[in-house]
Design a protein around this ligand. Structure first.
Ligand SMILES: Nc1ncnc2c1ncn2[C@@H]1O[C@H](COP(=O)(O)OP(=O)(O)OP(=O)(O)O)[C@@H](O)[C@H]1O
Ligand SMILES: [Mg+2]
Length: 357
């Protein structure tokens, strides 16, 4: 390291200091200024040449640099009044080869305007944070009921009736059907009609979570479990959903390694946060959905059979729209109404030619 550093010229070092620190002063053991940067000298109203070589006490108000240069004890975040402003000062002793040779000091926030600016910025960020926090909580409730599931065809009504019937039980439900058949709506509606409706509904899209993050997202992690992990650890989505329903959307996209961990959690009714020895009990109802053929995946070895049976306690197959064309008109009208609300329009309808086709 030392050898590498020697390759940096003084010019480089000075430029790096300027880029990293504003307002810096360096004194020797006797408290004499050996260096002061332009921003600092300008702020206190002296030139570089006037300041260097003088005692720091004569140049900077309320300084303690000469003390740090004597005691060798650093002082962090000290309030220091200068020019009728309160500055935040950090003062460090400089040791070279174990010998105390001087001290370096920095100050921040040259004027109250700057402090106010930071305060405003912080306040705005806090407001934004609260907004998202509230939003996150709102999103933990189900948004649709069975009344929002449109369609009078026999096959669709049958799926709906089955959904209503099983909503009250605590059994796992596997929703299957092609893309766009409304699997997500079914999951919401089942939760809303269940005894768990006052507890969270947490939807997890298994296709959108990177494999390496699966375990920590679902089960959480302990403080310091891995580099970059948030301090204090993080609660997993399963814990967030406790006593409610977890909707595992696109379950066919869950990696095999994760499938075993999911199965274990469902069997034991507990999760083990990453990096932690203790397990947390969880009480969940699982609704899973996929547009893939899980049976085929089981045969091919890409989906665990035991997990499949655990999820597929009740299977609701939602028929594709092209197999129940009579529902198209009602769903289209429903969509049109939603769009009207979105664009503040009223009284739009489909022309007869559109409906005939
Ligand atoms: N029967 C229905 N009644 C009302 N809206 C419906 C119905 N079926 C589908 N929709 C609407 O169609 C859209 C797609 O539905 P959804 O997202 O639930 O499909 P999906 O089965 O989850 O599809 P994918 O497999 O692609 O995820 C949604 O915006 C939903 O509002
Ligand atoms: Mg979906």
């Amino acid at each position: 390291m030392k050898v590498e550093m020697k390759r940096l010229s003084v010019d480089w070092l000075m430029e790096i200091i300027h880029l990293c620190i504003e307002r810096i002063v360096i004194v020797d053991r006797d408290g004499m200024i050996v260096y002061i940067d332009e921003a600092y000298s300008e702020f206190i109203g002296v030139s570089f040449d006037e300041a260097v070589g003088r005692s720091v006490q004569d140049v900077i108000e309320n300084t303690r640099m000469h003390i740090v240069a004597k005691t060798g004890r650093k002082e962090i975040e000290h309030l220091q009044p200068i020019n009728e402003s309160v500055m935040i000062a950090n003062r460090y002793p400089i040791f070279i080869d174990g010998e105390l040779v001087g001290a370096v000091g920095t100050v921040m926030f040259p004027d109250p305007d700057n402090v106010r600016h930071f305060q405003n910025k912080m306040n705005n960020l806090m407001e934004e944070l609260n907004f998202y926090k509230k939003k996150a909580v709102n999103e933990l409730t189900s948004k649709y009921s069975f009344d929002d599931l449109i369609g009078n065809s026999h096959s669709f009504q049958a799926a709906k009736t089955l959904g209503k019937k099983v909503a009250g039980s605590d059994s796992s439900v596997l929703l299957t059907g092609e893309s766009g058949t409304g699997k997500e709506l079914f999951a919401h509606a089942i939760h809303q009609s269940s005894v768990r409706s006052n507890y969270p509904f947490v939807a997890i899209n298994c296709a959108s979570i990177p494999e390496v993050l699966f375990e920590s997202e679902l089960f959480g992690y302990e403080d310091g479990a891995f580099t970059g992990a948030k301090k204090g650890g993080k609660e997993g989505l399963f814990k967030v959903a406790n006593r409610g329903t977890v909707f595992l959307d696109e379950i066919g996209d869950m990696p095999l390694s994760m499938q075993s961990k999911l199965l274990r959690a469902l069997q034991e009714k507990e999760v083990q946060p990453v990096g932690g020895p203790k397990t947390l009990p969880i009480d969940l109802r699982i609704i899973a959905a996929t547009n893939r053929d899980l049976m085929k995946m089981v045969e091919e070895g890409t989906f665990r059979q035991d997990l499949f049976y655990r999820l597929n306690v009740i299977n609701i197959e939602i028929p594709a729209l092209r197999k129940r064309k009579e529902d198209i008109e009602a769903i289209s009208n429903n969509l049109l109404q939603k769009l009207e609300r979105k664009f503040y329009r009223k009284g739009t309808s489909f022309s007869p030619e559109v409906l005939r086709n």
